[in-house]
Write a protein that binds this ligand. Structure first.
Ligand code: KIV
Ligand code: ZN
Length: 381
């Protein structure tokens, strides 16, 4: 098993399915170029049969982008696959992503098929997709709630039919990390031809566990992660690219795995996707939130100013952030205030500083943050 984890970005497909998000063709291309610069391995550019806009997006990215695999999503239907094949025909390395549900819920309530019918439909879809490319990913929708024995059967048959990547989606964000890890491990250990495919984690965030589940899947043997920038996606979103990449990097002592992501481009692409999609990033979002490298309490400021490793496990420049920030609030201490005043070019006697500190505390009680202008006012009073 290799130590490389492939990053499959679906910001432009699953991410764009976020309610309220609609990206124009030129915006998709801008994001596509940024994803290539970031170093992702696969870009899922859209679902070509779903609309002329999605067809155009897949076709344009397939024509314009190099050094990356371009993927189009399809249902397990010949027409979908033909349309995706057409959209992808100019790609350097096209991938068709086809499949259908495997849980009893999806089989009965959505597909209205027996297990046998669904299996046959999936196998035929893979065989049909091979007319266009050998790079075929098969998704088993709602794997997280499916019977593992049926999942094993499907995996074995679609690999025989030619699938080279097997996507194991926790479509509803239902699983927990140990369970998802066991699912991937179970597939790898129980399917006789599992060595002929790469297994992929595709987790949704309904219970806030998408990143943890994806990392669980990687520990179980998956070597591809399906992610979106800022974790945007249906409902509570998909797994966030920046969280998985940084967890693999910061905890490489545990995972011993690599991606080819240029981590210093994570914050710039997060800001780009947020601006173009209109999806704000919450301030305390891991890795890329505005507060992720900001310290406001006195105890933390004191530690960080002595040595930032006391409270920071990620150096801000590693993800493209400017630097750690000391935010002055009513919880800040003398050390933080003295540090900021010195940065602004002010130095005081101990006595004057004590006086200023008391004024600062009174001011800080009236506002959420004391900024540089407030400090200048305080000093010149
Ligand atoms: O969540 C999911 O199951 C999906 C598939 C279409 C891959 O997005
Ligand atoms: Zn999904």
């Amino acid at each position: 098993m290799t130590n490389r984890v492939l990053v499959f970005d679906t910001t432009l497909r699953d991410g764009e399915q976020s309610p309220g998000v609609r990206l124009s063709m030129s915006q998709k291309l801008e994001i596509g170029h940024a994803l290539v610069d970031l170093g992702v391995d696969v870009i899922e550019a859209g679902f070509p049969i779903s609309s002329p806009g999605d067809f155009e997006a897949v076709q344009t990215l397939a024509r314009e982008l190099r050094g990356v695999q371009i993927c189009g999503l399809t249902r397990a239907r010949e027409k979908d696959i033909d349309v995706a094949g057409e959209a992808l025909k100019d790609a350097e390395n096209p991938r068709i992503h086809t499949g259908l549900g495997v849980s009893q819920n999806h089989l009965e309530n959505k597909l209205r098929m027996s297990r046998e019918q669904a299996l046959e439909t999936g196998v035929n879809a893979v065989k049909h997709a091979r007319k266009y490319t050998d790079n075929i990913e098969y998704f088993m929708e709602d794997s997280g709630r499916a019977d593992p024995d049926y999942v094993y059967k499907v995996v074995e048959e679609v690999i025989k039919a030619g699938a080279t990547t097997i996507n194991v989606p926790d479509t509803t964000g239902y699983t927990y990390p140990e369970e998802y890890r066991a699912l991937i491990q179970g597939i790898i250990n129980n399917v006789p031809n599992s060595d002929q495919a790469i297994f992929s984690c595709h987790c949704h965030n309904d219970l806030g566990m998408a990143t943890a589940n994806t990392l669980g899947g990687v520990l179980g043997g998956a070597r591809q992660v399906e992610v979106t920038v800022n974790g945007i996606g249906e409902r509570a979103g998909n797994t966030s690219l920046e969280e998985v990449v940084m967890a693999l990097y910061i905890r490489r002592d545990i995972f011993g795995l690599e991606t080819k992501i240029k981590t210093h481009k994570l914050l710039p692409i997060s800001r780009l996707v947020s601006r173009l999609s209109g999806m704000m990033v919450q301030r305390n979002k891991a890795v890329v939130g505005a507060n992720a490298y900001a310290h406001s309490s006195g105890i933390h400021q004191d530690g960080v100013l002595k040595d930032r490793s006391t409270y920071e496990i990620i150096a801000p420049e590693l993800v493209g952030a400017e630097k750690s920030e000391i935010i002055l609030t009513a919880r800040s201490g003398r050390h933080g205030l003295r540090h900021r005043l010195a940065e602004l070019g002010f130095g005081f006697t101990e006595e004057r500083f004590e006086e200023l500190y008391n004024h600062f505390l009174v001011m800080a009680d009236t506002k959420s943050e004391v900024g540089d202008e407030d400090l200048r006012d305080l000093v010149t009073k």
